[in-house]
Design a protein around this ligand. Sequence first.
Ligand code: PEP
Ligand code: MN
Length: 222
Amino acid sequence: SEMQALTIAEKVHKGGAQIFRGGAFKPRTSPYAFQGLGEEGLKILAKVRDETGMPVVTEALDLDNFDAVEYYADIIQIGTRNMQNFSLLRRAGRSGKPIVLKRGMAATIDEWVMAAEYILAEGNDRVILCERGVLTFVHHSRNTLDISAVPYVRHESHLPIIVDPSHAGGRRDQVIPLSRAAIAGGAHGIMVEVHHKPEQAASDGAQSLYPEQFEKLYLQVA
Ligand code: PEP
Ligand code: MN
């Protein structure tokens, strides 16, 4: 809700966050799960920007909602499930806004870098790569954070790379150690989910840090 977003934004801003990410259009595994608030969610994000001064990033799920996302957001996210949605990538390449391109959950780094190339080839040179974990056989984490992707991308590409330890670990207790590992490995930034009442979160509460944890983490990695 607007109240939840503003509450969390104020806390993370105070704790050191520089950019705010929230999902208005949510890519959910089940069509019956919360799908996001759509345009109303975009307006909430705009309000967060107005009240805190933080730029906002949110996901464009498909071509249908791209224009609306582009209008409200400062940075547009393309999620793991769309990493090789080439028409969406081309549309992102014609945008004047920076793009966060998350790694496909089963994509090689060469496929990921080539996906970024689809955006660059259309003329948008502001692409941020985001490692968010890949599917493996293990059950102790939601995905497996591929830390070695960070030095590899830094060597092979000129693009900045950030890490999303929240969707990688999928569990609150893994987010801080994975964040630290990402920064130690050379990531240019991290993107972390935070909620002051995670049991009320409509999505991903189990992996959301409490604001106090975020503040401590920020001091460790800044
Ligand atoms: C997200 O960052 O909101 C998200 C859904 O992540 P991913 O695309 O990595 O699953
Ligand atoms: Mn999430």
